[in-house]
Design a protein. Sequence first.
Length: 80
Amino acid sequence: MKQQATEKAWEISEPILRNEGLELVDVEYVREGGRWVLRLYIDKPGGSEKGKGVDLEDCARATHAVEMALEVADVVPHEY
């Protein structure tokens, strides 16, 4: 189930994030502190250059861009 959730999250999120100018690096679905956590790791093209990495605004934009698509697709069966 974990692998299916991460694969589906990647499949849905990657094109959305690419459209936002972001790169999806990894997807993690783990249990932490009694709750399930779906975590997307993102980067930006050229993000390794000083001052061009991911910032809080990019994280917020990524969250807003993918949250509804992931919810509609019912990617994870648990509350996260």
